[in-house]
Write a protein that binds this ligand. Structure first.
Ligand code: COI
Length: 362
């Protein structure tokens, strides 16, 4: 049984919450959060508390040396009495992978599940119920030790916040090839979900958006010849009727949606090829008509069609087939995530009843 403490201020925080008519992505915040601290070599007792600022030593490692890792996952509540998660233990595994890379302590599956479950159970009245909408959960861990010498913290906080949200990107996506910068280095932290990778991508994102595109397409940092991922999503292309996606490397993120799309597409009869994809080859395939469709995928983005891949000089490679395979896979994935169809993979998981009991008792 979870020993999570429910703060007495939660009921007032919930009562004071009002949801705006348009949700967007990540803008509206649930008035509750979860926090558990690590000190003396162990995780302490978790607490559900009203959403609030974090008091932090100005010398904390997270502020100077970016000792931070995070995850993104969703709780769905479409035509169902109880919310459900999608592959939450894969997020837990990846959080611990990222934590190891950043010299941070691992967290148990019990505490990770406690954090996301108690926030979801308490936020239940705010979870939007239309297909494509969800409660986006953002678990993260930060190094708190206040000392300016380099080295890992000895104190940490693991926190879960949540946001009733729509998909991150609606409609077709225009992508700009990033030929100048790299988001991650060989031997660096590219495969970890840590804020520094996203910070490194921000300058490119600004330039991309100023030029009228939505996402930068990153190339491998060693030779800058092979495609890797978009700034916040993985990428697929339909070439000669087969789905191709970059083979995982240590320099980009092992997307859980990427893996789900691969498994779902194979289940639907598609040939899926994970391989090194040279950018010049992809562009030639689009030009010749061998590649007719491409799409992005991620937890926040779900599955979003790509309409054009372009160079900074304006040369544009238009994808003639918009949203055929992407739409089939998005629908199939959402039906499973939202528990509107059978889940042959065993991916979904209902929020454990004990957290509703805790929420009610608190
Ligand atoms: C997610 O898809 O959950 C992410 O963390 C990507 C972020 C850019 C919104």
């Amino acid at each position: 049984m979870s020993k999570c403490i429910i703060d007495s201020g939660i009921a007032a925080a919930m009562a004071g919450f009002s949801s705006p008519s348009s949700l967007g992505f990540g803008k509206v915040k649930s008035p509750v959060m979860y926090r558990v601290d690590y000190s003396d070599g162990a995780w302490q007792q978790g607490r559900a508390i009203p959403y609030q600022n974090i008091e932090i030593d100005p010398a904390a490692k997270v502020l100077h040396y970016a000792q931070e890792v995070f995850e993104g996952l969703k709780a769905y509540k479409i035509d169902a009495p109880r919310a459900n998660f999608f592959r939450p233990l894969d997020n837990h595994d990846r959080l611990n992978f990222s934590a190891r890379r950043m010299c941070m302590p691992e967290i148990s599956a019990e505490l990770f599940m406690e954090g996301i479950s108690v926030v979801t159970a308490l936020s239940e009245p705010l979870i939007p119920t239309e297909t494509g909408q969800s409660l986006y959960l953002r678990p993260f861990m930060i190094g708190l030790t206040g000392a300016l010498g380099m080295g890992p913290s000895s104190e940490y906080a693991f926190i879960v916040i949540a946001s009733p949200s729509e998909a991150y990107h609606a409609g077709e996506m225009k992508v700009l090839i990033e030929r100048e910068g790299c988001r991650a280095a060989v031997g660096g932290t590219g495969a970890a979900k840590t804020g520094g990778n996203y910070a490194a991508a921000t300058q490119s994102a600004q330039r991309t958006q100023a030029m009228g595109y939505h996402q930068s397409l990153w190339l491998d940092p060693r030779k800058m010849t092979n495609i890797e991922e978009l700034s916040g999503m993985n990428v697929f292309a339909l070439i000669d009727g087969e789905l191709h996606t970059p083979r995982l490397t240590p320099t980009f993120l092992k997307g859980i949606t990427r893996d789900s799309v691969i498994q779902l597409a194979r289940h639907k009869g598609y040939e899926v090829v994970e391989r090194t994809i040279p950018i010049e080859e992809l562009l030639a395939d689009i030009k010749s008509g061998n590649c007719v469709e491409a799409f992005a995928c991620g937890t926040a983005a779900i599955v979003s069609p790509i309409s054009v891949i372009a160079e900074a000089d304006g040369t544009a490679y238009e994808l003639p087939q918009s949203d055929v395979v992407a739409s089939e896979l998005r629908t199939g994935l959402l039906e499973i995530q939202e528990r509107r169809s059978e889940d042959p993979f065993g991916w979904t998981r209902e929020v454990d009843d004990q957290f509703y009991q805790l929420a009610l008792a608190g």
